[in-house]
Design a protein around this ligand. Structure first.
Ligand SMILES: [Zn+2]
Length: 344
């Protein structure tokens, strides 16, 4: 059953894993007020990342978070740590040269483990997974964009650009891994934005992605922020995902959520339960000026820092049967007018 919400948007009665789609899911600003997100975060404001000079101890896992580097890693100074996390948008358009350069950057990093997700800018990743259509390529890269990408992949003898990443990289795509005993789950999806890669409609469609997060996850990595936390664009509007916020707050309650996407929202925040790190390295003008965010989490008992186990996640096939159908019905508006507009 569907009924009209207070602002005239369609409200669904969809409840999944105990999480209900918010009636104002398409207007994050209104949802933000109704959910009293501000009150939750009032006591803590922004908090500071660990400085690179603080020694790494044997009983803590040092997690170094970066995101939205957009092919600007040349002069990026990444502090030492046990785990390096990149929360997506390592390129501008996902070109093979860009992916290779990112792979070279990762290969030179000294961290024991590297965990990576894609973002909406990784068009080639989205295209190969079936979540970025040909019209987007033509609009963003010209009519020869797809052909040129396919040709380069053929020359490189790969079927998917993720094959260019170093073999020891833990690449998460709606999937989980246990790293240093910490249960991690990562996803490239974000709320719909003009058909870039991995765009889902707000509401029940994107909630189905978040349903895949196991409830015992310690570290959640998504490209999108949740509503109300590091999600404010320069106009003052909030554009984070409402269903991600409620899923994390009410069901998963992770120790750490790492994301990026909204460059202006860079910083570390907490509500007392979860640390939220918007690790966007680039600012709104795509200048890589924000420092990596370092966090220490206790090493879970019985695990060593060498431990890593990658688990199978939701396959693209499983996601695509459901989502491609829905994406073909997507309107070109990302939400209500004036509430969901931001520049790239
Ligand atoms: Zn970005």
């Amino acid at each position: 059953m569907a009924s009209a919400g207070p602002s005239g948007h369609q409200q669904t009665d969809c409840i999944s894993h105990g999480i209900r789609v918010h009636p104002e899911t398409r207007c994050p600003d209104r949802a933000f007020s109704m959910l009293s997100v501000e009150k939750e975060f009032k006591k803590t404001k922004k908090i500071k990342s660990i400085g690179p000079g603080v020694p790494i101890t044997s009983d803590n896992v040092r997690i170094v978070c970066i995101s939205d580097t957009h092919s600007r890693t040349n002069r990026l100074d990444v502090p030492a740590g046990d785990v390096l996390i990149h929360a997506g948008d390592f390129t501008f358009h996902g070109g093979m040269g860009e992916v290779q350069a990112f792979a070279n950057f990762l290969a030179t990093q000294p961290h024991k483990h590297k965990v990576v997700i894609a973002g909406n800018h990784e068009l080639s990743f989205g295209y190969c997974d079936g979540f970025c259509d040909i019209r987007t390529f033509k609009r963003l890269l010209g009519s020869t964009g797809v052909d040129s990408m396919k040709q380069k992949m053929q020359e490189l003898n790969i079927n998917h650009p993720r094959e260019l990443l170093p073999k020891d990289v833990v690449y998460l795509n709606n999937s989980a891994a246990t790293v240093c005993g910490l249960k991690m789950w990562g996803s490239p999806w974000s709320p719909y934005f003009h058909g870039w890669a991995y765009n889902a409609q707000r509401g029940k469609e994107i909630l189905k992605i978040w349903d895949g997060i196991p409830s015992n996850t310690d570290v959640v990595i998504t490209h999108t922020p949740p509503v109300g936390v590091g999600d404010q664009i320069s106009s003052g509007d909030r554009v984070g995902c409402v269903e991600l916020y409620t899923t994390l707050k009410e069901r998963v309650r992770p120790q750490l959520h790492v994301f990026g996407h909204i460059h202006e929202g860079y910083g570390l925040y907490t509500d007392g339960t979860t640390l939220y790190a918007n690790a966007s390295t680039c600012n709104i003008n795509y200048k890589p000026i924000n420092n990596p965010i370092c966090i220490d989490l206790p090493l879970p008992e019985g695990f060593s820092k060498e431990d890593v186990r990658v688990e199978a996640g939701m396959s693209n096939h499983e996601v695509s049967r459901e989502f491609l159908q829905q994406q073909s019905n997507v309107s070109q508006s990302g939400g209500c007018a004036g509430c969901f507009q931001w520049r790239l």
